[in-house]
Ligand binder design. Sequence first.
Ligand code: SF4
Ligand code: FE
Length: 490
Amino acid sequence: MLMTGEQYIESLRKMNTRVYMFGEKIDNWVDHPIIRPSINCVAITYDLAQDPEYADLMTVKSNLTGETINRFGHLHQSTDDLKNKVKMQRLCGQKTAGCFQRCVGMDAFNAMFSTTYEIDQKYGTKYHDNFVNFLKMVQEKDLVVDGAMTDPKGDRGLAPSAQKDPDVFVHIKEYREDGIVVSGAKTHQTGSINSHWHIVMPTQAMREEDKDFAVAFALPTDAEGLYMVYGRQSCDTRKMEEGADIDLGNAKFGGQEALVVFDDVFIPNEYIFLKGEYDFAGMLVERFAGYHRQSYGGCKVGVGDVLIGAAALAAEYNGAQKASHIKDKLIEMTHLNETLYCCGIACSAEGQATAAGNYQIDLLLANVCKQNITRFPYEIVRLAEDIAGGLMVTMPSETDFKSDMKVGKNGETIGEICNKFFAGSPACTTEERQRIMRLIENMCLGASAVGYRTESMHGAGSPQAQRIMIQRQGNIEGKKALAKAIAGIK
Ligand code: SF4
Ligand code: FE
């Protein structure tokens, strides 16, 4: 059963998710002005699936049940599925200009499906069945699942088992007949609070001495012992201002990151997908990261589309749209943005079937995709700021623009003064100019910059993580052989 956005929001209310922010427990977090835009952003993934115009992209037939499901819950069955995933993410990015969060679960499903299959083949375990049963339930109920990977990691120079406090990596604290008890935390969890369930995975390859840390499982977001501390974003308290609208830049949508704490949480056997098979931790990380690096070739491109459009509007509203350097900068922004899209499509088109039958992206190309994402949005942002002008960060507040406090000699109000001096081209009202400037501010260095810039840098792995994979997958030996053959070296 596909849910609507509204039904999704109502489903969150029924959960007993424990959320802390600014040192307090937030009981009605669903309606909290700081959190709500991130919920709206996930809700879009439901609403678009209901829209006949987008149904082909947003929904798909499940290979597990034959039912129509949201693509965010799908196991990719072909390179077309992989490409449609990227296209769907670009669409969602265009509609929200933010991070819609639901992709981490989708990427975890696909990595978990193929990895559990291979673990079972080697060890005769039952993880794949556990996972397939879990995913059927997720598809049937149309749930949001967070894919939780990043641990706090403590002293980065030490292995998990050598840390002073073992809790800096999620680990098995107790083995029981009917399950395990886990302890630790996951950091920067995109969409954690807005998810119905979590899939927890190890954060890196593990060695034998780190066996207790090689663990993967699913649990409901309101499981006993689980709680979240909300991550701050730049300008977040602007959302608390009464009647806040224009100054928010993007009043409706936003992203969300949280610290997720596992305070001795019990996980029943049926939800365990990895328990001590440490030689598979690296495979799981590599596959999940690969899928999520492909994802960025869709979502960040969609957000880039909005920023390019905003920059073009800012140029028009400033009356500068005819200048040749402005036209050229818009071309450059488009070129960079579409280069990212090319990478997302290329790693999808070159995808291949895994042993379990679902499709995986080309890992080298997915890592090249993400490496470019750590760079190009910064250049796109630089050009957007160049075109917009300094007004995007010096403009008075919405309240000033609406103020009727008299200041001028002839009784002009602050609002009238602002509207007089910040008027631009006749093509727009002052308010429209304000709105576009605030949107650019929001995306380049305000709340949405979390998703567009810093997340482009560090989400799905920091740049060095991709460079290690590029080195591993780059086949330098093969390239040396090519050069030798041409040069006539035996
Ligand atoms: Fe999806 Fe992009 Fe957000 Fe990751 S950063 S969850 S791929 S929207
Ligand atoms: Fe992300």
